[in-house]
Design a binder for this molecule. Sequence first.
Ligand code: PLP
Ligand code: TYF
Length: 391
Amino acid sequence: MTPGDPILGLTEAFVADKRPGKVNLGVGIYYDESGRIPVLRAVRQVEEALAKESLPRGYLPIDGLSAYTQATQKLVFGPDSSLLAAGRVATSQTIGGSGALRVGAELLKKALPKAKVAISSPSWENHRVVFNAAGFEVVDYAYYDAATNGLDFAGMLADLGKLEPGTVVLLHACCHNPTGVDLSVEQWKQVVAVVKERNLLPFIDMAYQGFDKGIDEDAAAVRLFAESGIDSFVVANSYSKSFSLYGERVGALSVVGASRDEALRVQSLVKRIIRSIYSSPSTHGGALVAGVLNSVELRALWEQELTEMRERIHAMRAGMVEKLAANGAAQFAFIQKQAGMFSYSGLSKAQVDRLREEHAIYAIGTGRICVAALNRSNLDTVVAAVTAVIR
Ligand code: PLP
Ligand code: TYF
């Protein structure tokens, strides 16, 4: 037996828990105010139209639906991107953001066989798993500062500045998983400068575009790298959260090349890799995302729904901080400054164990909580339990 996935394993334990009023703050899923995973109205409209047409389910091309990959490029790089105009971006539809990471890792292993991969300390645990599986040695760069519950920016810059040229640097575009601690635009500019100077290869993971400030604001890192003059970089993006389509496995891999010609050659390599793993992506989720993004009305509706999700998370952060402070726990004010679904709450493993055992509240052992699972009905329960376990 090998060790299981600590996050998905926790959901299994949660499902098996018979206690009423249990709360799952473990897995990164956005739940609505009634505690359900939403089906977005924009998505439902495309789905209904597709059901009426009853289209055949043939194979997609190896790199997916072109209506999907083209819309993805505009969303990720911006509609006026000079890289897109120059034909320098090779984009493939993948099996979720996870598939984009793995296919991207396989590509980089071919291009840079001796390189190491640097990930933030801490990072999403699957980053290490995926890059190790592709044969890379994975090292850490400083990121989270437990003393301030914020960013160790000086440590991060210093560590990036020490990496060997050619090292792949995995960066979270926004809504850092697991900490919720993000860089400001000014800080991103400094990171771009170090990456360029050291000749590092940026691999940007954007799984939460639109979950903090907005679609374009949350893509600031991608846009800064695009303007930097760096010849090539990689972006993995996911629609799992932003379209609430987790199980449909909708993601994309975009590789920027130095020229149109290089992008074409990269695309052929990526297709070869995809062919060797799963042949081609799935039809349904891609059609849903493409249907929304390519319709003016549905795109507007989706943006409205995305804004509602984002604002609900902000409200839950504010509510949690306010209620904890009212219970005498003012030390959690930092939760309101964090971004996206997650918060590194600072709770210890022992406190997380007590939350689960005594209060049926599930969080990750590192203290990571999913703020997007809070709602007006469970907030008081969670706050009371947190207040009890820190005493
Ligand atoms: N990258 C990060 C940072 C994530 O949190 C996730 C979460 O699911 C992914 C990638 C993978 O996305 P997907 O679920 O689309 O595979
Ligand atoms: O970090 C999370 O909770 C999400 C969901 O193997 C997830 O990114 C967790 C574990 C996993 C795949 C997705």
